[in-house]
Design a protein around this ligand. Structure first.
Ligand code: ADP
Ligand code: ADP
Length: 593
C-alpha cells in the first residue's frame, strides 16, 4: 500500500487572486482531465489527497510557498486526532495524562504542542481528522475505548477534571492583569501556597510592584506560581524556563515535581533538555513537519525518551524523523590552538546609586572564540555586557578601545520599527546579505531565509529571536554580545544557533560573548567561561575568562547540582540530589562530569 499522503495549504500565504494559479495549471492530473485534484472552492484552494499523485509540481510552482505535499512516514491509519480545516495541519495521537506523574513533551515548535494542550484542557473538541465533523466528546471518547486516554477524556467531558495552564507568552500577562504582584497572587491562590512559593522563588520583595514593572524572568516565576497556586487536577506548563537562570530553573522544577508528588497530573513542554530530563517521569517525543503534521510517540521512560529524541529515530513507528543524531562529545580544548588576544579590558567596577555593585576581573578575548557568561539573574551580566557595548559607562576601569565595534542583542527583543524581516536585515546586516557564507551559515541555519517577507509584528517569540540573532551577527563588528539567544528556541534550533555563532567568529578577528542558561547550549557554545557570583540584586563579581571545565565545575558547585553523562549520547544529566552519584560527585569536588 502506498504511504498515505497529506496536502496542506498555508491559508495565510495562499492567495489565488494574486497569482497565476500555477498550482492548478501545471498539475498533471488536472491536465489529464482529473480536475478535482486541485481546484478552487468558494475562492479557497482545495487539494484532494486521494487524487493527488504527490509529484510536487504545485509545491514548486507556488509563488508564495504556500503548499506542502508530504508522505507520512508511518501508517498512522485511524490515529488522526485533529485537523484544522480542509488541507490544514493534522495532529496524530495524544499524550497520556497520568495522575501523580510529570509527563514531558519534547519536539520542535510548530508541530502541535499548543493544540495538544487545548484538547487535553477541554478547550478544543477534536474532530478526529475530519474537518467537516462537529463531534461531541462521546464520539471522541469512543475512539479511545480501552486506552488510558479514554478514562481521562471521560472525566474531562464530565467536567470532573480542572486544568490549569501556564502559557508560553508570559509577556502578555501584564496586559491581562493590570494590578500588583500581590493582587495577582491573591487572586490565584486557591491552595494557600502562593506566599510560600513567592518566598521560595525569590519574589517576596516585589509584592507591591505592578506586573508591567517586572522583568521577563520575574514574570515567568509569577506565572508558574499563579498556575501552581490554583486548585486543579491537571497542571500544564508551556516552556516554564525561558528567562530563568539555572538556580531558578531547578527551583521551578521542584515546584512542578511537588505537584505530581501531591497526586496531580502534570504536562510540561520544555526545550531545556537538562531540566526536562530532571523533571519528567515519562516523555513523549513529537515529530513531524512544521505547520503540516505532528505525531505524538507512545510514552517512554525519561532517559529513553530523550535519547530517542536525540537519536532522531523512533522505534515504535520505525521512523527516522531527523536525518542526523544529536550527540554530545565533551569538546577537548586541549588540541585547540590558542589564538591571539583580540581585545582586553581592565578591572571594572559599576555602581548603581550604591544599590548594586559589580566588580569585573580584567580579561581579554581571543580572536575566534566564544565566551559564555554564566551565573544567576540580577548578578550583573547585562551590566557587564552593556559596559563592553559602550551603552553604559563603568564607575571605574577601562573598557574596550574606542575603535572596537560591538554588536549587541539584548535579552528582550522587541522590534522598534515595523516592516519586514528583510527590511530589518537590510538595515542592520546589509553588506552580509550578499555573502554566500553568511547566507548559508547564519541565515539558512537559523531558518531566517524563509521568513524574509514576514512582518516583524507577526513573528512568534522564537522567530523574532532568530531574526534578532541573525541581524546582530550580520553587523560588521569585532565583538558580538548576545544576551540569552536560546529563549523560545527548540532544541534543534538551539544547536543550530550555537553553530551559527561559532561559524561567524571562527577563524576571524572577531569574538562573541553569550549570556546563556541552557546547560546544553552552554556546552555547545563555550570555548571559555566567565563565571558570575555574588548576591543577586546586591553585588556581583565576574571572573576572568577561564577554561570550560573549571568554569562549569565552579558554576555547578554554586548552583549546587552535580552532573553525570548519559553513556549512549554523552549528554549531561543532572543527578537527583542525595543519590549515590550525587553524593560521590560532591565528595570528590567533581560537579561537572
Ligand atoms: P506548537 O505549539 O507546537 O508550536 P500549534 O499546536 O500551535 O504548534 O500549531 C501547529 C500547527 O497548526 C501550526 O503550525 C498552525 O499551522 C496550525 N494551527 C494552529 N492553530 C490553528 C488554527 N486555529 N487554525 C488553523 N491552523 C492552526
Ligand atoms: P543580570 O543580567 O545578571 O540579570 P543586570 O546587570 O541586569 O543582571 O542587573 C544587576 C543588578 O543591577 C540588578 O539588581 C538590577 O536591578 C540592577 N540594575 C540594572 N540596571 C540598573 C540601573 N540602570 N539603575 C539601577 N539599578 C540597575
Amino acid at each position: 500500500m502506498d504511504a498515505r499522503r497529506i496536502a496542506v495549504v498555508d491559508r495565510d500565504r495562499c492567495n489565488p487572486r494574486k497569482c497565476g494559479q500555477e498550482c492548478i495549471k501545471f498539475c498533471p492530473r488536472v491536465r489529464a482531465g482529473e480536475e478535482d485534484t486541485i481546484r478552487l472552492e468558494d475562492g479557497f484552494l482545495v487539494i484532494d489527497e486521494d487524487l493527488c499523485m504527490g509529484c510536487g509540481i504545485c509545491v514548486k510552482k507556488c509563488p508564495f510557498s504556500a503548499l506542502f505535499i508530504v508522505n507520512l512516514p508511518a501508517p498512522l491509519e485511524g490515529e488522526e486526532i485533529h485537523r484544522y480545516g480542509v488541507n490544514g495541519f493534522v495532529l496524530f495521537r495524544l499524550p497520556i495524562v497520568r495522575m501523580g506523574s510529570v509527563v514531558g513533551l519534547v519536539g520542535p515548535n510548530g508541530i502541535g504542542k499548543t493544540t495538544i494542550m487545548r484538547i487535553l484542557s477541554g478547550e478544543l473538541v477534536p474532530n478526529l481528522g475530519d474537518p467537516h465533523a462537529e463531534l461531541d466528546w462521546d464520539e471522541v471518547i469512543r475512539r479511545f475505548r480501552g486506552t488510558e486516554i479514554q478514562n481521562y477524556l471521560e472525566r474531562l467531558a464530565g467536567g470532573r477534571v480542572r486544568v490549569v495552564h501556564k502559557p508560553e507568552r508570559i509577556d502578555l500577562l501584564p496586559r491581562a492583569f493590570p494590578g500588583t504582584l500581590r493582587e495577582a497572587l491573591e487572586r490565584a491562590d486557591e491552595r494557600g501556597v502562593a506566599r510560600e512559593l513567592a518566598e521560595e522563588l525569590g519574589l517576596s520583595d516585589l509584592m507591591d510592584r505592578k506586573l508591567s514593572e517586572l522583568s521577563g524572568g520575574e514574570l515567568q516565576r509569577v506565572a508558574a506560581i499563579a498556575a501552581s497556586s490554583k486548585e486543579a487536577d491537571v497542571y500544564m506548563f508551556d516552556e516554564p524556563c525561558n528567562y530563568l537562570d539555572v538556580f531558578q530553573r531547578m527551583r521551578i522544577a521542584s515546584v512542578i515535581r511537588g505537584l505530581a508528588e501531591a497526586g496531580k497530573g502534570v504536562l510540561v513542554v520544555e526545550h531545556d533538555l537538562a531540566v526536562l530530563d530532571y523533571l519528567s517521569d515519562y516523555i513523549h517525543v513529537l515529530y513531524g513537519v512544521r505547520g503540516v503534521f505532528g505525531v505524538v510517540s507512545y510514552p517512554h521512560g525519561t532517559r529513553e525518551g530523550i535519547n530517542i529524541f536525540l537519536d532522531g529515530y523512533l522505534p515504535d513507528d520505525n521512523v527516522r524523523f531527523r536525518e542526523y543524531s544529536i550527540s554530545f562529545s565533551r569538546r577537548s580544548t586541549a588540541g585547540k590552538v590558542e589564538t591571539l588576544p583580540l581585545v582586553s579590558y581592565s578591572e571594572l567596577v559599576k555602581e548603581y546609586d550604591s544599590a548594586f555593585r559589580l566588580t569585573v576581573e580584567p580579561g581579554e578575548l581571543r580572536a575566534g572564540e566564544v565566551v559564555v557568561a554564566v551565573g544567576p539573574n540580577g548578578i550583573g551580566k547585562t551590566t557587564f555586557v552593556s559596559m563592553l557595548a559602550g551603552v553604559i559607562e563603568p564607575t571605574s576601569g577601562e573598557v574596550l578601545a574606542e575603535d572596537i565595534k560591538v554588536a549587541y542583542k539584548p535579552q528582550y527583543v522587541r522590534p522598534e520599527q515595523d516592516g519586514t524581516v528583510y527590511s530589518l536585515l537590510k538595515s542592520m546586516a546589509g553588506s552580509q546579505l550578499s555573502s554566500s557564507f553568511f547566507r548559508a551559515e547564519v541565515l539558512h541555519r537559523l531558518g531566517v531565509d524563509g521568513l524574509m517577507d514576514r512582518r516583524l509584528s507577526e513573528l512568534s517569540g522564537g522567530e523574532l529571536q532568530r531574526v534578532a540573532v541573525a541581524a546582530t551577527l550580520g553587523m560588521d563588528a569585532d565583538i558580538y554580545l548576545l544576551d540569552e539567544p536560546s529563549a523560545f528556541l527548540d532544541v534543534e534550533m538551539r544547536l543550530a544557533l550555537a553553530k551559527a555563532i561559532k561559524r561567524r567568529v571562527e577563524g576571524e578577528d572577531r569574538a562573541a560573548i553569550v549570556v546563556e542558561h541552557d546547560l546544553i547550549t552552554i556546552e555547545a557554545l563555550a570555548d571559555r567561561i566567565i563565571l558570575f557570583t555574588g548576591d543577586p540584586g546586591v553585588e556581583g563579581h565576574a571572573s576572568s575568562p577561564m577554561p570550560v571545565e573549571r568554569g562549569m565545575n565552579e558554576f555547578l558547585r554554586e548552583v549546587g547540582i552535580t552532573f553525570r553523562r548519559d553513556p549512549r549520547t554523552g549528554r549531561p544529566r543532572v543527578n537527583k540530589p542525595g543519590s549515590r552519584l550525587d553524593v560521590e560527585a560532591r565528595a570528590s569536588g567533581r560537579y561537572y562530569a
